[in-house]
Write a protein that binds this ligand. Sequence first.
Ligand SMILES: Nc1ncnc2c1ncn2[C@@H]1O[C@H](COP(=O)(O)OP(=O)(O)OP(=O)(O)O)[C@@H](O)[C@H]1O
Ligand SMILES: Nc1nc2c(ncn2[C@@H]2O[C@H](COP(=O)(O)O)[C@@H](O)[C@H]2O)c(=O)[nH]1
Length: 199
Amino acid sequence: MTREARLFVVSGPSGVGKGTLVARVRARLSCLGLTVSATTRPPRVGEIDGSSYYFMDDAAFERRVQAGEFLEWAWVHGHRYGTLKREADRLIAQGRSVILEIDVQGGLSVRRAHPDAVLVFIEPPSMAELERRLRGRGTEDEASVSRRLADARKEMELARSYDVRIVNDDLERAATELAHVIETYETNGGPSKDVCDQA
Ligand SMILES: Nc1ncnc2c1ncn2[C@@H]1O[C@H](COP(=O)(O)OP(=O)(O)OP(=O)(O)O)[C@@H](O)[C@H]1O
Ligand SMILES: Nc1nc2c(ncn2[C@@H]2O[C@H](COP(=O)(O)O)[C@@H](O)[C@H]2O)c(=O)[nH]1
């Protein structure tokens, strides 16, 4: 059986728990790659350039857009965010499946470029719980919380275009569901053990 890498897009409103879930799943499926995005958003305390994001100003981002370096990019909550082609290509070249943790506009662009990508939407148990998580994280000022909650409603309307929807209620249960989705879609295309051992 031929074994090939797959692209998995994980989207959902800001604060729903995508990063937390993906970290859990990667601890279980150690071969899974995760792209580091580029953004014009200023770094938060503790974020590291090249690891959390590639932080860049508008001019640098625009130069990369013009040079065709992005697999996808979008305006999200007032800033630009994008996946550099080389980020995904580097991981795919290693034969590993790859997760892109990106917004819905970006997810739909990825599907156009890679029709076999699997799009997973993470939903909050309720809007009240989403707000609690976003505020509880302590990273956003009041204006940013309001903007992200307003954007959340629009993003959730696009969830129906996604292949799979997972409610992140109980973290452990949701992580098991996401890991199961990835393993299921990888059945005919998962990376070989050799690839994972070398990753
Ligand atoms: N199932 C859960 N139950 C309770 N709290 C959760 C759960 N999942 C994540 N959280 C918490 O919610 C907050 C937001 O999570 P996280 O930063 O992973 O969200 P995100 O979707 O990646 O956000 P963003 O898109 O802004 O990067 C964190 O404080 C995290 O600990
Ligand atoms: N289209 C893209 N969206 C992205 C990418 N990386 C992140 N994101 C989205 O941004 C929001 C906000 O992130 P934050 O770090 O400022 O909280 C996040 O929810 C993602 O949906 C990307 O490369 N492309």
